[in-house]
Design a protein around this ligand. Structure first.
Ligand SMILES: Nc1ncnc2c1ncn2[C@@H]1O[C@H](COP(=O)(O)OP(=O)(O)OP(=O)(O)O)[C@@H](O)[C@H]1O
Length: 363
């Protein structure tokens, strides 16, 4: 997977530009607020269709109505043009000029490592479910479809519970048991492999304590129906579905203790990094091609073992973009960031890879 160029227009604080990315590590460095994270966010959005902002309008430059991002991506030897158009509450994705849904994008194309990934450890179960569901949705389009059907059915059953529509319960319960059991089966298989990969990454990061990942389930495919009967009174009192994969968690144990309750901040960062490395490995196993690696703010990582791990990871994939307030070592391209513009600078080891080309926008 090689990103060849990224074009942005009216995207957050980025100046309109087309940037070229060679194979190897591109270092993007500059002061706080320069737009480094925005650049990685634009790449990730164009490649995966994924974005975790609350409102799409946030992505459009203030004072503008629409934004545009285009990525030219080389995958499996052929070039794809991926485009995103953003407007008020509206997002349009195109692949090679044809409108597509997010699921139809090249799903194993990028992994994004961010300083806030520690929230995967300290945050609530919904963050870990989102990590798992996003990853599994990229691995399997069917999983994504079943999950969205399941979530709709949960919302409808909750509405029926609140309206006291007892007659509708058997129908919704059968739907949830069918869709939910399939989701649980896929999660079980994936988590068993993810656990191996994350444990290996955690050990490679020099952690003295073993990392264990396991699904914490509120029910099982085997007991779903009986659990609905058992929790019937509670569900009616609360007006909500309290069992099922939408309430499950990805349990993280470091050594003998639950990581969310007992891990130090540094240990949490190591676990989060191990989870991202496992994600990279799983996507590579599934699609047979190494995703583009996006590392946001490597310079915030002060621990020598984690910093070395990040930089080794970047150097070991076909292509990585590494941002920081200082230049990442070993880069083949260096882009200095300032107020939303990215100017080629000599790398630590030589001349700029590209001439400045800001302003060339392919609309
Ligand atoms: N929709 C928008 N329109 C204009 N500017 C925006 C928009 N959204 C964010 N910004 C600006 O983008 C800048 C943040 O950029 P970004 O987070 O990419 O910085 P950064 O280079 O990663 O900084 P740091 O090193 O602090 O992480 C902020 O100054 C913010 O005000």
């Amino acid at each position: 997977m090689l990103l060849q160029t990224l074009t942005t227009l009216n995207y957050r604080n980025l100046a309109p530009a087309t940037l070229h990315f060679p194979a190897g590590v591109s270092a993007v460095w500059g002061p706080n607020g320069a737009g480094k994270t925005n650049l990685l966010e634009a790449v990730y959005l164009a490649l995966t269709g994924l974005s975790d902002v609350g409102r799409l309008e946030q992505l459009v430059q203030q004072g503008e109505k629409e934004a545009y991002v285009r990525a030219d991506l080389l995958q499996g030897g052929s070039l794809s043009v991926l485009e995103v158009g953003l407007g008020r509450g509206r997002r349009t994705l195109k692949a090679d000029g044809v409108r597509v849904r997010g699921l139809e994008l090249p799903r194993g194309s990028a992994v994004w490592i961010r300083p806030e990934d520690s929230e995967l450890v300290f945050g609530g179960p919904s963050l870990r479910r989102a990590y798992l569901d996003e990853l599994l949705s990229r691995i399997s389009a069917r999983y994504a479809q079943q999950l969205s059907r399941y979530e709709r059915a949960v919302a409808q059953r909750n509405a029926a519970l609140r309206a006291g529509e007892e007659w509708a319960m058997p129908i919704w319960e059968e739907t949830l048991i069918k869709l939910g059991s399939e989701i649980m089966e896929v999660r079980r298989r994936a988590v068993s492999r993810l656990a191996e990969l994350a444990a290996a990454a955690n050990a490679a990061l020099g952690s003295a304590k073993p990392l264990k990942l396991e699904l914490v389930e509120t029910t099982t495919p085997e007991t779903f129906r009986a659990d609905f009967a058992r929790r019937a009174a509670e569900e009616r009192a609360r007006g909500s579905t309290v069992i099922g994969p939408h309430r499950d968690d990805l349990g993280l144990t470091l050594g003998d203790f639950a990581a969310g309750d007992y891990a130090s901040r540094g240990e949490a960062r190591t676990i989060a990094l191990a989870l991202r490395k496992a994600e990279l490995d799983l996507l590579q196993e599934r699609f047979g091609e190494m995703p583009l690696l996006l590392i946001d703010d490597f310079s915030a990582e002060l621990d020598p073992a984690r910093r070395a791990f990040l930089l080794t990871m970047a150097a070991s994939v076909p292509q990585a973009i590494v941002t920081g307030t200082e230049e990442a070592p070993g880069a083949v391209q260096s882009l200095s960031a300032e107020a939303g513009t990215f100017s080629p600078a000599p790398t630590e080891s030589g001349e700029p890879e590209q001439a400045p080309i800001a302003g060339q926008v392919v609309a």
